[in-house]
Design a protein around this ligand. Structure first.
Ligand SMILES: Nc1ncnc2c1ncn2[C@@H]1O[C@H](COP(=O)(O)OP(=O)(O)O)[C@@H](O)[C@H]1O
Ligand SMILES: O=P(O)(O)O[C@H]1O[C@H](CO)[C@@H](O[C@H]2O[C@H](CO)[C@@H](O)[C@H](O)[C@H]2O)[C@H](O)[C@H]1O
Length: 477
């Protein structure tokens, strides 16, 4: 697809983008879409033809965002591809290329055979061989990016945000592969490209896609945790340790896995002890995030000073220093897979809305531990948050949910301590600061994305600043 063809597609893209799950700006009105880079993967008249495009999207307010697309085109489409059509340009129909099995097969074979086309490089991971297993099947479901699965053997993720630099997901998977990590799905290859930075200048490298071993027969931690909570709520008169679906053994194993991931990341990429200035910078950065959230959400603004007091707790690390290293950065139960052999961690991109510089900054492993503790809270209270519109879940169920969260948070920390050699709860003030920092982020995230879920982080925010918690106390049922 040539640049003029892609230019002609831009009006259709304006209508198409807001309907895409990965389009991270659904709450904003698109003003204009511009083409800022493109590279043909095949000749423009091939059937199908494939091109990589980078678009800049501007909105009626706020800064613009950049996204990347893999576009397919054919003289006509039918059946399976119709849902992916973006528009017709000249004598071609242009569509989301990952929906086309022939295109995903081609991309995989280009990675395996170590190919370069213009600014795009299709690179196999040294020492690995990706299976060539036919066309890819697009992954359906909630995703920030777009993935295709090759016969349950490999999975390729196209990163949707076009960000200059090496994507941390690829960077950390490469580092963990060097450590022979058994805690992540092995990396098989990548597609790398170039992007002209926002401020102009020479093109810089950018990660387009990443190929990994597909963990067959796995279940994600979030669904498993919800199944356990569902069991518990159905048996309201039993404690979490008394129901068949008790999750504590899994939470303990997961703690060990995350402990291993941290050890491997530290071995591969180093760690350092921050002095007083470094610790102070971490505290200042949390306060900046707090003020940004307070500017956007009234519930945060109303508790700003109480929250700030707890965040200041990170300065308690001052005496012994704070050890920092590369971390996952956005760990939650949905970022874990339970395979028949054990747990895997996935998706090392960090919080999607943060700039790359922030996401690659070394941080305390307690950030990940705290984020996982938050996730146990989420799993415990999720079914109660969605109880019945306008109705509060009965108090005895809230207490059961709290017991589930406490039990699994504690099992996770026990497992983590076994591997890390130190219990994260030894640094309670620091851990609490990280947990509250995450809860504040979540309040903002839910306000923007899932207002029905907002009560979950709001409740935790109140607990973490020390408000009395109605979900604690003797069960009355
Ligand atoms: N290696 C893998 N094996 C099996 N399934 C995977 C693998 N990696 C990701 N997945 C599945 O794909 C989903 C999306 O992957 P993820 O990396 O979290 O994408 P995103 O960055 O778009 O959120 C996961 O929730 C999981 O179900
Ligand atoms: O998975 P992403 O990297 O896109 O992360 C974002 O979305 C997550 C939700 O999908 C969000 O996680 C929050 O909700 C989870 C339940 O859906 C819960 O387990 C997490 O603890 C909670 O933070 C994540 O914060 C956001 O960055």
């Amino acid at each position: 697809m040539s640049a003029p063809t892609l230019d002609a597609l831009l009006p259709a893209l304006t209508d198409w983008l807001p309907g895409q799950r990965w389009f991270a700006a659904k709450d904003r009105t698109v003003a204009e879409v511009r083409l800022v880079g493109h590279q043909e993967v095949t000749p423009a008249d091939a059937v199908p033809a494939v091109a990589h495009a980078v678009i800049a999207v501007s909105f009626t307010d706020g800064p613009e965002d950049r996204f990347q697309l893999l576009l397919g085109s054919r003289p006509d489409v039918s059946g399976d591809l119709e849902h992916a059509v973006i528009g017709r340009v000249g004598d071609r129909v242009v569509y989301d290329g990952l929906a086309d099995g022939e295109i995903s097969r081609l991309l995989l074979s280009m990675i395996v055979s170590d190919t370069a086309v213009g600014s795009l490089r299709f690179v196999p991971e040294p020492g690995t061989e990706a299976p060539i297993v036919g066309p890819g099947r697009p992954l359906l479901g909630e995703q920030s990016n777009s993935s295709v699965i090759y016969g349950e053997r490999a999975i390729m993720k196209l990163f949707r945000r076009a960000t200059p630099g090496l994507n941390p997901d690829l960077e950390l998977h490469r580092a963990l592969r060097r450590e022979n990590s058994g805690e992540v799905a092995p990396l098989l290859g990548a597609i790398e490209g170039e992007i002209v930075p926002d401020d102009g200048g020479a093109p810089v490298p950018m990660t387009v896609a990443m190929l990994q071993v597909y963990a067959a027969n796995s279940a994600d931690g979030w669904s498993m945790a919800l199944t356990s909570v569902r069991d518990l709520l159905a048996e309201g008169d039993l404690r979490p340790d008394e129901v068949g679906g008790d999750f504590a053994g899994e939470a303990h194993r997961l703690g060990k896995t995350i402990g291993m991931v941290h050890r491997e990341l530290a071995r591969a990429l180093g760690s350092e002890r921050l002095g007083a200035d470094g610790v102070s910078a971490v505290a200042d950065w949390m306060l900046e995030r707090l003020d940004a959230a307070a500017g956007a959400v009234e519930a945060v603004a109303a508790r700003r000073d109480d929250i700030a007091r707890v965040l200041e707790g990170v300065r308690a690390a001052d005496d012994g220093g704070l050890v920092v290293q590369r971390v996952h950065g956005d760990l939650h139960l949905g970022q874990t897979l339970r395979t028949p052999r054990g747990w895997l961690a996935i998706d090392f991109e960090g919080e999607p809305s943060r700039p790359l510089d922030d996401r690659v900054r070394p941080d305390s492993p307690l950030r990940d531990v705290a984020a996982m503790l938050r996730s146990f809270d989420y799993a415990a209270f999720h079914q109660l948050a969605e109880w019945e519109t306008g109705a509060e879940a009965p108090a005895y169920l809230q207490r059961r949910a709290q017991e589930w969260a406490d039990r699994n948070r504690s099992a996770f920390c026990d497992g983590y301590a076994e591997i890390a050699g130190a219990d994260p709860r030894e640094h309670l003030a620091v851990l609490r600061a990280y947990e509250l920092d995450k809860a504040v982020y979540e309040v903002l995230y839910e306000t923007r994305n899932r207002p029905n879920w907002l009560t979950i982080p709001l409740r935790s925010m109140a607990r973490l600043v020390g408000d009395p918690d109605p979900a604690r106390g003797a069960p009355d049922h």
